[in-house]
Design a protein around this ligand. Structure first.
Ligand code: WT7
Length: 648
């Protein structure tokens, strides 16, 4: 996103926190933030221990941190339960009858669950899991549309110490299959179907395909969302609502060790198959609960809406665990932002009086494109705080969000973090940090972020380098499930002694962090991570393709689009139809979000003498910019000219 990087450099507008927000906020001034941050870096354990004491522990920890690089254990010896912290603890006071979830389905159906009701549903479901043989430590794969049952299923697992692995409902059968195999889950929780853009999404059918021929999965629990008929395989599939009749609503939360796994979430890396990012209970809960409270500034009567799906880390940390641990009312919406019309979000905000909106730059840019008339039609005066996550927000989109949605009144929390970090690490605080459009500003308490060069030396402000985190934090990933070596290699080998984020960034004169984007072979398409290797392997899975190289190119709405250079096998001719076939093949293999925007057939791929694909060149070709830089190691220069011509 070269354009954005440039506009970043010119950005000089500053938006100070308003007096009203500062007065009520946890941290009330920039000076206070700076003081607290400096103090927290001197003794992060002290800061995190204080935050941890806001949670309910069955047994207090003996030691805050055990750090043997690259392995951290937080709140060692402590015991707690994540679902108890999200539910039971709120039942003794007035929050008992407060809405925990206000859900709206895409067709317009609605449901509200109070904390008491959600607690009951979670207990019932936890008992259903037990009845179906699930034990503490077992992995449970959840593949669902965004319905309350998805949240209930996650919390139900947590309640009995089972480890959930949620797979985004937009992913393909093959993706489910891979994740089942990797996680060793023997039970799947799903739904008959969901709604997206007015269409029925056949969720259960995808599960059936994934399980065809498998004997590993013993049970599929199916929530009923629609009236469509689905295949129910006897001895394997059971309906959630029927199972509910056989169990009680009494299910005490099982205290687990602080380091007991809470979930595995798969995310794309620069090589090979997606990585199973493992998060554990205590540190993750402390990290998500604390960051949500400080950054979203929850007040008792807030209605908070995070528009992410539970299939992503944002859905885990800021739709389920963080806000519920704080007793917040969460809005949940199943469908597309432009269904039936491009004002669906604004309609929901006006109707439900949403006060906090947390969404992604890609959505904001789409709204910008659809025009100002849509938000203008609705009363958005209930909003008091906005959030952004997933990719750098370009200043143009930031300004639009600020003016058009926030009426110039709502601060925007541009939050930088990752599936691996579990919780937000770089973000403004609403009552403290002066904002500049396009930057996630400064690190959260206890977070030691830095920009370093290839040797790991910290760079002066103004220079671009690698974004690293130099101290462990509670919600950090503990490992890649089943692949320690990859864990060490990906995160702890690039820069000695530091966690490497994979992002490039720089700090401005005020020390603010400007994230430029991934510097590894990972794309960020509409805020979703996509490994180029993953897409390439899907492409060569098609009969016609011999070789493929996938790169990103700037995209006005999605941030990055996917361009695939494909070399065909002998006997296959390039054609529009074939390109379409390959695109659909990728959608089927991974999911529609991975579908290349463009296929470019090539006679060969540009490679270095050692055989490495020259991605930098391909990126320039894909973006249509003049090829610059060093091409001296290119094996066959004529390849380059042929590729460029293809793109004309
Ligand atoms: C990557 C992580 C964290 C939840 C959603 C994505 C990019 C994320 C920002 C931001 C600039 C951002 C980074 C990061 N990213 N938030 N506010 N500004 N870039 O989670 O799929 O794990 O992706 O998203 O490149 O490394 P993810």
């Amino acid at each position: 996103m070269a354009k954005n990087t440039e506009s970043h450099q010119e950005e000089t507008r500053v938006f100070k926190p308003s007096k009203e927000i500062a007065r009520e906020a946890e941290v009330k001034s920039f000076a206070e933030y700076k003081k607290l941050h400096a103090k927290s870096l001197k003794n992060p354990e002290k800061f995190w221990a204080r935050e941890a004491s806001n949670l309910v522990w069955s047994k207090k920890w003996k030691k805050v941190l055990n750090w043997k690089l690259p392995y951290a254990e937080w709140f060692v010896g402590g015991q707690l339960n994540a679902s108890e912290n999200c539910l039971d603890r709120h039942l003794d006071g007035p929050r008992r009858n407060k809405a925990a979830i206000i859900w709206e389905g895409e067709p317009g159906d609605k449901m509200t669950l109070t904390y008491q009701q959600l607690h009951r549903e979670v207990c019932v479901f936890a008992n259903i899991l037990k009845r179906n043989g699930v034990k503490k430590g077992d992995r449970v794969l959840i593949y669902m549309p965004l319905i309350p049952e998805a949240v209930i299923a996650m919390l139900g697992c947590a309640r009995i110490g089972a480890v959930h692995t949620v797979v985004f409902g937009g992913f393909s059968s093959d993706s489910i299959k891979d994740r089942l195999a990797d996680s060793g889950a023997k039970i799947v929780v799903t739904a008959d179907a969901g709604y997206r853009r007015g269409q029925i999404v056949t969720i259960k059918q995808n599960v059936d395909h994934a399980l065809a021929g498998s004997t590993e999965v013993k049970r599929v629990i199916v929530a009923k969302r629609t009236d469509i008929e689905v295949n129910i395989q006897e001895d394997r599939d059971v309906w959630w609502h029927q199972e509910a009749q056989y169990v009680s609503a009494d299910c005490p939360a099982v205290p687990v060790d602080s380091e007991h796994p809470l979930f595995i979430l798969y995310t794309s890396g620069s090589t090979g198959k997606p990585k199973g990012i493992l998060h554990t209970t205590g540190g993750y809960m402390v990290g998500t609960a604390a960051t949500s409270r400080y950054i979203f500034d929850f007040k008792e009567n807030d209605i908070y809406w995070c528009t992410a799906d539970v299939g992503w880390i944002t859905g885990h940390s800021y739709l389920v665990y963080g806000p519920l641990a704080n007793g917040t009312t969460c809005m949940l919406y199943e469908g597309a932002p432009n269904w039936p019309e491009p004002d669906r979000f604004w309609k929901i905000i006006a109707e439900q009086r949403v006060t906090i909106l947390y969404t992604a730059p890609t959505a904001i840019r789409a709204f910008m494109k659809w025009g100002d008339d849509w938000p203008k039609k609705h009363d958005l005066s209930s909003l008091r705080l906005l959030g952004s996550v997933g990719e750098p927000i370009n200043p143009e989109a930031w300004m639009w969000y600020h003016k058009m949605i926030g009426a110039g009144r709502c601060p925007i929390m541009d939050t930088w973090w990752q599936t691996e970090t579990g919780a937000i690490l770089i973000s403004p605080l609403p009552g403290a940090t002066p904002l500049k459009p396009g930057t996630a500003t400064l690190p959260f308490f206890g977070v030691d972020a830095a920009i370093v060069d290839d040797k790991g030396k910290e760079l002066p402000h103004g220079e671009s380098g690698k974004l690293v985190i130099r101290k462990p934090w509670p919600s950090m990933l503990r490992t890649i499930y089943g692949d320690k070596a990859r864990y060490i290699k990906t995160y702890w080998s690039e820069v000695k002694g530091c966690y490497f984020t994979g992002d490039g960034a720089r700090r401005d004169k005020d020390g603010y962090f400007w994230i430029v984007g991934r510097i590894d072979d990972v794309l960020n398409v509409a805020g979703h991570r996509l490994g180029t290797a993953e897409v390439e392997s899907a492409i060569v899975g098609h009969d016609s393709a011999a070789e493929a190289a996938v790169v990103g190119r700037p995209d006005e709405i999605k941030g990055q689009g996917v361009v695939a250079f494909v070399v065909l096998k002998e006997g296959h001719a390039a054609s529009k139809e074939l390109a379409e076939k390959i695109r659909s093949h990728v959608a089927k293999a991974i999911g529609p979000i991975a579908k290349p925007d463009e296929i470019r057939f090539a006679e060969a791929l540009p490679k270095t003498r050692s055989g490495k694909i020259m991605r930098r060149l391909l990126k320039q070709i894909a973006a249509g910019v003049q090829i610059t830089g060093d091409t001296t190691t290119l094996e066959d220069l004529s390849v380059l000219t042929r590729l460029s011509k293809n793109g004309e």
